[in-house]
Design a protein around this ligand. Structure first.
Ligand code: KG4
Ligand code: ZN
Length: 358
């Protein structure tokens, strides 16, 4: 089955195509194309929803065409004609689209485009949760010799808008264990990046600055690291960084790097500790990371280190998508839909900015 996935929940416009066999535990990537309006948002230091949606309106059709072209499913040899008109239908089986959570204007661009294509191409459409997409980025795996993801799996989703731990007892069998009570991990990176005068988005900028910094230079709090639940909180950390900055007369590059490395270390330690605690409690067989923050190399390394150092019974296999698959993309939406194939008639599909697991 070939699925075309459309993702427009935030500032990216992305379309990806994947193929999955009926009982296969992996999906094969055919193509993925991303158009971003990031340079416009870098100027404002954050995403302006109105600007993001307006850019997405311009990009969506060219991006669909490009993704189809790259997958070799676009046209012209296999042209199919609809009655007397010249409607081309690509050789796909279904369309998947992010219906939420996300920015309403942005979601609407993808959702209305997907509905139109579903009607015109006469293809089923699968409404898909963006956060599930981040988790399923782990199922894009070409090499059959790679370890298979086993259930129960635990997914840590760390993006600009979310920090969630979810228990997966199988495809479509999901239980939300906990999430952030205030800022998401990516949001903390972005806000701390702004405090340090680093370019937006803060995550990659902090990661880069931290390479020259000492993670022990500042002893920032590790919020909720020992709490009994699986919730997170990062707004206090941001406030602690701000307090520290106010005491510094001159924010030179060395101090900026030390602050970046210390703040990054605090975020990483909390994420790793709580994920591994949940993994033990629920006898997890696979840990999956997903979302933009999962592209952070220090986070990936720390997870690997902690798992390697664990007692053999606690050495749970870790799955991490390729870095480009961690940030928003259409392929992950197509993969999530291929494992959770629940098509709806296009007229029943609506964008839901508040969509969640709970
Ligand atoms: O998943 P994503 O692309 O979009 C949302 O669904 O929000 O995640 C974007 C977030 C931003 O907050 C960005 O700063 C963060 O992911 N991010 C990173 C890195 N790359 C992106 N955070 C830490 N380290 C990175 N390398
Ligand atoms: Zn995302």
């Amino acid at each position: 089955m070939v699925i075309l996935g459309i993702e427009t929940s935030c500032d990216e416009t992305s379309v990806g195509l994947v193929e999955k066999g009926k009982n296969s535990q992996n999906a094969r990537l055919l193509s993925n194309f991303v158009a971003t309006s990031l340079p416009l948002h870098s100027k404002t230091g954050g995403i302006v929803p109105e600007i993001a949606a307006r850019e997405q309106l311009k990009y969506i059709v060219p991006v669909i065409k490009q993704a189809l072209t790259d997958s070799n499913l676009y046209p012209p040899s296999s042209k199919l004609y609809h009655q007397s008109s010249t409607i081309y239908r690509p050789q796909i089986d279904a369309i998947a689209v992010t219906v939420g959570p996300g920015l309403l204007g942005s979601l609407l661009v993808g959702v209305e485009t997907a509905k139109t294509l579903s009607y015109v191409w006469e293809k089923p459409i699968i409404p898909t949760n963006h956060l599930l997409g981040h988790t399923y980025a782990n199922f894009v795996r070409e090499n059959s010799k790679l370890k298979t993801i086993q259930f129960p799996a635990l997914a840590l989703i760390v993006s600009g808008g979310h920090t969630d731990l979810i228990l997966m007892n199988g495809h479509g069998k999901i239980k939300w264990l906990g999430g952030t009570r205030d800022d998401a991990a990516g949001e903390a990176f972005d806000k701390i990046g702004r405090l340090l005068n680093l370019p937006y988005p803060g995550g990659p900028s902090i990661e880069k600055a931290a390479l020259n910094g000492n993670p022990k230079a500042f002893n920032f709090p590790r919020p909720m690291i020992y709490s009994r639940d699986f919730d997170f909180s990062f707004s206090g950390l941001k406030a602690a960084v701000l307090r520290e900055i106010k005491t510094i007369k001159l924010l030179d590059n060395k101090t900026r790097s030390d602050l970046a490395a210390s703040a990054q270390q605090a975020i990483i330690e909390v994420l790793v500790a709580k994920t591994l605690k949940a993994a033990q409690k629920y006898n997890i067989k696979s840990i999956l990371l997903g979302g933009g923050v999962a592209a952070n190399q220090s986070l990936r390394d720390r997870f690997k280190f902690e798992i390697r150092s664990a007692k053999s019974a606690d050495k749970i296999p870790l799955f991490v998508p390729e870095k480009w698959l961690c940030t928003d993309n259409g392929a992950m939406i197509a993969v999530a839909a291929s494992f959770n194939y629940k098509p709806l008639h296009w007229s029943k599909i609506t964008a839901n900015p508040e969509l969640y697991f709970k």
